[in-house]
Design a protein around this ligand. Structure first.
Ligand code: ADP
Length: 290
C-alpha cells in the first residue's frame, strides 16, 4: 500500500499558505518529514489524519480517497499528535482498554490481549497499573505510540515525537518506532535532523508550505557529497566569512566557531572536506544553496 499525495494546497483564514502544491509518494517503512517550525508539517499531518480539510489536491492511501472517505481512513490510521491533551488519572491499562473500546473492539478478552501486548511492546507492561498522569514525558510518548497502534493501522503518523525527551528516552522511543516501520507506512514529522537520520530510509524536506526535497536519505546526502568544506575560525572573523562564502552552518566546537561552507569547487585556505551529513543538506536546502 502506498500513500500518494498530489498537489495538496491549504490556505488558512489569515492568508498563510501552509501547504503549497505538496506532492509526495510514500511507501511502507519510516518516512521522515523534516522542516523548521512553521514549515507546514502539522498542517499536512492533520490533513492526512482527516482532522482538517485541504483546499485542493488529492490524497490516496491504496484505494482509499483520503480527503473524501474519512471513516475508511480512520479505520486504518494511527495518530500520535504533538500534544496529547489531558492525561486522566486512570491506569495505563484502563485508559488503553477504554481507547480500544472507542475504536470498536467489543470482545473483552481479545481486547485485553491486544492492550497487554501493546503495553509490553512499548515497555510499559510493568507500569500498566500506574496512572498515566504520573508518567514521565518519555513514558507518555510510549503510551501515545501504544494507542496509535490499536487495531493494527496501515498508516501511522507521529508529529514531533521526540521534542522534550532526554537522550535515554529518545533512544527507547527510536527503538520502538523502528520496529513498527517494517510493515506499515510510518510518517515521522520533526524539526530534529537526528530523528530522521537515525530512523528513516526516505524523507522530505519542507519549508514555507513547499516540498524542497523528497527521496532517499542517501540521495539527500548525495546532493552535497564532496561540496561541503569546514574550517575552524575565530569568533571575530565569523561575519566576514558569512559575507564572503556560502556558509551552511556555524556551530561552536570547544568554544570556537566551526563553519561548514558549500562550494562546488575545491577550496583552499585551510578549508578541509567535511563529512557530509543530513543537517548540511537541510540547511543548504533551506538557504537555497542546492
Ligand atoms: P509546522 O508543523 O511545520 O511547524 P504548521 O503546519 O503548524 O507548521 O504551520 C504552518 C503555517 O501555518 C505557520 O505559518 C502557522 O503559523 C500557520 N498556521 C498553522 N495553523 C494555523 C491555523 N489554524 N490558522 C492560521 N494559521 C495557521
Amino acid at each position: 500500500m502506498k500513500l500518494i499525495i498530489d498537489k495538496l494546497t491549504k490556505r488558512y483564514g489569515n492568508g498563510v499558505m501552509a501547504l503549497n502544491d505538496v506532492s509526495l509518494t510514500i511507501d511502507k517503512g519510516m518516512f521522515g518529514l523534516l522542516g523548521p517550525n512553521g514549515a507546514g508539517k502539522s498542517s499536512l499531518m492533520r490533513t492526512l489524519a482527516t482532522l482538517q480539510d485541504a483546499d485542493s489536491g488529492t490524497v490516496a492511501l491504496g484505494d482509499i480517497d483520503v480527503l473524501n472517505e474519512k471513516e475508511k481512513v480512520r479505520k486504518v490510521l494511527g495518530y500520535l499528535p504533538q500534544e496529547f491533551g489531558v492525561y486522566p488519572r486512570t491506569s495505563a491499562f484502563d485508559l488503553l482498554d477504554y481507547l480500544a473500546v472507542i475504536k470498536g473492539f467489543s470482545n473483552r478478552s481479545e481486547r485485553k490481549d491486544m492492550v497487554l501486548g501493546l503495553l509490553s511492546k512499548v515497555n510499559l507492561y510493568e507500569h500498566r497499573k500506574k496512572s498515566v498522569s504520573s508518567f514521565s514525558g518519555g513514558m507518555r510518548q510510549r503510551f501515545g505510540i501504544a494507542q496509535s497502534l490499536l487495531g493494527n493501522p496501515k498508516l501511522v503518523i507521529v508529529d514531533e515525537p521526540t521534542a522534550g525527551l532526554d537522550p535515554g528516552e529518545r533512544n527507547r522511543f527510536y527503538n520502538i518506532l523502528s520496529e513498527i516501520g517494517e510493515n506499515v507506512i510510518v510518517i515521522l514529522s520533526t524539526h530534529i535532523v537526528q530523528d530522521v537520520r537515525e530512523l528513516c530510509t526516505h524523507m522530505a524536506i519542507m519549508d514555507k508550505g513547499r516540498v524542497l526535497f523528497s527521496g532517499s536519505t542517501d540521495d539527500a546526502l548525495g546532493q552535497i557529497k564532496g561540496k561541503v568544506w569546514e574550517k575552524r575560525i575565530s569568533k571575530e572573523d565569523l561575519q566576514q566569512y558569512q559575507g564572503g562564502y556560502k556558509v551552511i552552518s556555524n556551530k561552536l566546537v570547544g568554544g570556537m566557531p566551526l563553519i561548514h561552507v558549500f562550494s562546488d569547487d575545491q577550496m583552499n585556505g585551510d578549508f578541509v572536506p567535511a563529512e557530509e551529513n543530513l543537517e548540511d543538506v537541510f540547511f543548504a536546502k533551506l538557504n537555497d544553496l542546492i
